[in-house]
Design a protein around this ligand. Structure first.
Ligand SMILES: [Zn+2]
Length: 273
């Protein structure tokens, strides 16, 4: 099963990037390899190691004990299935016992596991090659934090957006009414960007909102995080990969040059030709 960048279309708005942190019984996920970006990290089931800590075993002495009190710790090694790469990633997390219903409606206990760390972390979308280095570094940090703490991952995503604005030469300081130089908020910087490239800047207000929740310690829903990732992936592709945008810019620069030459030869020429 391939989980990363799993395209789904719902009647309601849901992000098309789905990244599942949990699995049942045994690891069955495959993620794009962060080293070669071509192969998939596949769990080596011979390395899947599940341990029940002593405190969990000891709890069985209690009269009120129930199987859903059980906790597990697990590790599993994933190996890139592209032989010439062979990247190795270590995944770890926790587990518990849950109940499900079989085909005939009978209930049964099963083990449910939740991934808490993944190193090296897979990229949750393909970052365009021409993306500025710091923007990329903070995105990789966000992908890595996703497994442990979605709020922290949202914060790193917000920091990546700040770096994107730096790379686009959007100022980070301005003069206030008193004439003092003050730091511009991310909101204010997005407004400035919006004057130049409204279609991209306006999309990024959502990243600011979700990032703010993260910085204020509120729980950021995974769905919101993955939704903002999808928006950011789109904006980065448009800025650093999209040929139609580049062609538009090229066409505009050619027209601007020709206009400037015409004006220098014919001062009487109207500016709007
Ligand atoms: Zn690989």
């Amino acid at each position: 099963m391939f989980y990363v960048i799993h395209l789904r279309f719902y009647a309601a708005m849901s992000p098309s990037i789905s990244v599942y942190k949990s699995f049942s019984d045994k690891p069955d996920f495959e993620y794009i390899c962060p080293e070669c970006n071509v192969g998939y990290l596949v769990p080596d089931l011979t390395t899947f190691n599940v341990v029940e800590p002593q405190h969990s075993k000891a709890a069985q002495e209690c009269e009120a004990w129930d199987p859903d009190w059980i906790v597990y710790r697990f590790t599993v090694t994933c190996v890139c299935n592209r032989n010439e790469c062979g990247e190795v990633a270590i995944v770890s997390g926790s587990g518990r016992v849950d109940q499900r219903y079989g085909d005939r409606g009978e209930s049964e206990y099963y083990d449910q596991f939740s991934i808490k760390s993944f190193f090296p972390a897979p990229r949750l979308f393909q970052i365009p090659a021409e993306t500025p280095e710091l923007v990329e570094t903070l995105l990789d940090k966000s992908f890595s934090l996703y497994w442990a703490d979605v709020s922290a991952a949202s914060n790193a995503l917000r920091a990546s957006l700040e770096e994107l604005l730096n790379a686009l030469n959007i100022p980070s300081q301005e003069k206030n009414r008193k004439g003092d130089t003050v730091r511009m908020s991310l909101h204010r910087r997005l407004e400035v960007w919006s004057d130049k490239e409204k279609e991209y800047a306006d999309l990024c207000f959502a990243l600011k909102e979700v990032g703010n929740l993260g910085s204020h310690g509120e729980e950021v829903k995974t769905r919101h995080y993955l939704g903002t990732l999808e928006i950011y992936a789109h904006v980065l592709r448009e800025l650093f990969e999209n040929n139609s945008k580049k062609m538009k810019e090229l066409a505009q620069s050619i027209r601007d040059e020709i206009k400037a030459k015409q004006r220098s030869k014919r001062p009487d020429l109207r500016a709007d030709i």
